[in-house]
Every structure is written in C-alpha cells, then in structure tokens.
Design a protein around this ligand. Structure first.
Ligand SMILES: CC(C)(COP(=O)(O)OP(=O)(O)OC[C@H]1O[C@@H](n2cnc3c(N)ncnc32)[C@H](O)[C@@H]1OP(=O)(O)O)[C@@H](O)C(=O)NCCC(=O)NCCS
Length: 164
C-alpha cells in the first residue's frame, strides 16, 4: 500500500464512499451530515491509485449530555471534535489504512489547528470497531446504546495529544 496518500478533501469527494462503507443498504444515495459544509469541519481521505478507499470527518461538536463525569471534567476547558463517518473499503481493511487516516488527521490538528492539550476527540463507536480505536489510544465511556439499523455503540474519547 505504498501508493496510498492521505489528504484533506471536500465533502463532495467522500460522501459516496462514506455511504458505501457505513450505510451499504442506502448506496448509491450519499449520506450527508448537517455539518459537512461548515468551515470548521475537516474531511480526510486515503487514496490508492487515485481512488478514495478510506474516509473520516471531524467536526466541532460538544460532548453528549450523558457522557461520564470523568470525561466532562476533562473537557470543561477544551474544544471538542466529533469524529464521524470513519471507514475503509472492505478490500483495504486491516492493512493499516484506518489507523493512518486517524494519525494523519490528529497530527495535522496538533500542528496547525488545535491545542493538543485541550482538544478532545469523541465519537460513537460501533461495537466491532472498539478494539481498532483502543489501539489508537481512545477510551470507552459509559454503556452500550443501540443505534437503529446499525447496532450497539459506545462513546469513545481521547485528549488529542494522547492519540498515537
Ligand atoms: C474499523 C475500520 C475503520 C478500521 O480500519 P482498518 O484500516 O481496517 O484498520 P487498521 O488496519 O488501521 O487497524 C489498526 C489496528 O486495529 C486493528 N483492527 C482493525 N479493525 C479491527 C476490528 N474490527 N477488530 C479488532 N481489531 C481491529 C488492526 O488489527 C490493527 O492492529 P495492529 O496494528 O496491531 O495490527 C474498518 O475496518 C472499517 O471501515 N470498518 C467498517 C466501517 C466501520 O465499522 N467503521 C467504524 C464506525 S465507528
């Protein structure tokens, strides 16, 4: 996968692949998030031979109200970024691409956009992906909850500086 490149892209470049990975039953309808076109939202892609094979979106969004007290205490003085739409096309999974997208994004945030000490990243993780995120330094918070038609999720989070 030496030909894989990582970059910030426009929402229009990733919504189709996002939908194919995360909402396969809806494909080819692109799934948009309301924040997709805000200037504070960043979309990342991995490309292999010019084709988008992996995607992730980070947007400014406060923590859910019911997140555990320990996370809330850490987040009082922070910017909170929510990760959404994380996915790698199936033939390219388990080859390090997903981890590289997250590291590319978090390194860029550290260097250019955010204070690594006070920026917190959080998201709703699908149950089967929790181990993937844990390897990158994210922690779970609270109990599983169900998202209709998708399944069990847990909130996960990390201070930006601790993602690696
Ligand atoms: C979850 C997902 C994004 C991971 O991306 P990926 O490119 O396959 O992951 P990587 O190859 O970078 O894996 C990094 C590490 O996590 C581990 N890992 C990846 N997916 C895993 C899984 N489903 N369960 C357990 N461990 C996993 C890998 O073994 C690897 O560990 P290693 O470095 O020790 O070998 C990808 O499998 C995917 O798109 N799944 C379908 C969509 C989805 O569920 N997205 C997450 C929504 S919350």
């Amino acid at each position: 996968m030496t030909k894989t490149t990582f970059q910030i892209v426009e929402a229009s470049e990733i919504v189709e692949v996002r939908t194919r990975i995360l909402r396969p039953g809806q494909w080819p309808l692109p799934e948009h998030y309301p924040q997709d076109h805000l200037s504070s939202t960043y979309h990342f892609s991995a490309k292999y031979e010019g084709q988008t094979i992996g995607v992730a979106t980070f947007m400014v969004n406060s923590l859910p109200k019911d997140i555990s007290e320990s996370v809330v205490a850490k987040s009082e003085k922070t910017t909170c970024l929510q990760l959404r739409g994380m996915g790698v096309l199936e033939p390219f999974q388990r080859q390090g691409i997903g981890g590289k997208i997250i590291r590319f994004a978090t390194q860029l945030f550290c260097e250019e956009h955010c204070d690594p000490q006070t920026t917190l990243i959080w998201f709703n993780a699908r149950e089967h992906a929790i181990a993937f995120y844990q390897k990158l330094g994210f922690q779970t918070s609270g109990d599983f909850f169900d998202v209709p038609k998708i399944g069990a999720h847990k909130i996960m989070w990390s201070v930006l500086r601790d993602v690696s």
